[in-house]
Design a protein around this ligand. Structure first.
Ligand SMILES: [Fe+2]
Length: 288
């Protein structure tokens, strides 16, 4: 992604096996985060935030977009849905249960309004079970955890998984307050039953060995769960465990007033015993 020199964000576009990955970085107070939208065969998966509208919109204008698929209604995934509907009249599919929220302008904490920009109201349709384009069939897979109604899109003949915010990174040190860690582990386990090849992530970009990436994240979360349970048995509070496991606190935790924090991860991991210790063979590398 080209974003050197000037602080103005620029769009990097890369084509992988018929999918165009368009990405740019949002920066604020020393923090930066890449964000990607994916376009293939008339389908756009996620839009990026309104703060990057001027960066993304020329790309959107130049593409055939018949339909927009929104993995979840966070502002960095559908911020530009309203503008795209005004510009191209596209249908916007959202997860079942998220239609009401899409119909209203999102009420966001100040830091998110500044970081991503507002998320205007747009006209949603609930996802069907699968989306057919001229060349592809995308199964809509329920993938709760990051949000309750998050979905992924899986194209089995190409082994593509469009994962929204299920992955983001293999070993996150902080997570969003809304995330449900046991639910996320169950989702990762279900996704690992699919024959995933390339992962198209909204923040990590294109990950070639998607299955291994998902397994690494699932095993990491289980390992944090084990560590949390170990310290709980020694009588440590969750805050103390957080300080032991994650002594460095990134700027985002302060900026977000704790909405993004390692404490969220520790709290969520504390209930992981209910999920069961389902490891892949890759998990063995974490055993000491
Ligand atoms: Fe999200």
């Amino acid at each position: 992604m080209a974003d050197r020199g000037k602080r103005e964000p620029t769009l990097g576009v890369r084509e992988i096996d018929g999918v165009e990955a368009a990405g740019a970085k949002v920066r604020m107070l020393g923090t930066s985060l890449p964000v990607y939208a994916y376009s293939t065969d008339g389908l756009l998966i996620d839009t990026g935030p309104t703060r990057l509208e001027q960066v993304f919109m020329p790309f959107f204008r130049d593409r055939r977009i018949d339909r927009l698929a929104v993995t979840h209604v966070h502002e960095d995934h559908c911020g530009q849905a309203a503008a795209l509907q005004a510009e191209k009249g596209v249908t916007a599919c959202v997860p079942r249960g998220a239609e009401e929220r899409a119909l209203r302008r999102a009420r966001l904490p100040l830091y998110r309004r500044i970081f991503w920009g507002p998320r205007p109201a747009f006209a949603p349709e609930a996802f069907p079970d699968r989306i057919e384009t001229e060349r592809h069939t995308f199964e809509v897979v329920r993938a709760p955890g990051h949000t309750r109604d998050h979905v992924c899109l899986f194209e089995s003949s190409r082994r593509w998984l469009f994962s929204g915010d299920v992955y983001t990174r293999s070993q996150p040190s902080l997570i969003f307050g809304e995330e449900d860690v046991p639910e996320l582990v169950r989702t990762l386990n279900r996704l690992l039953e699919l024959d995933v090849g390339t992962l198209f992530c909204a923040h990590a970009g294109v990950v070639e060995d998607g299955w291994r990436a998902l397994a690494t994240k699932r095993d990491y979360l289980l390992r944090i769960g084990e560590q949390v349970r170990h310290y709980r048995k020694l009588g440590y509070s969750l805050k103390r465990i957080d300080r032991v496991l994650f002594p460095k606190k990134p700027a985002m935790t302060r900026i977000s007033l704790g909405e993004w924090s390692s404490l969220n991860l520790v709290r969520g991991a504390a209930s992981l015993s209910e999920v069961g210790d389902q490891r892949s063979e890759i998990g063995i590398q974490y055993r000491k």
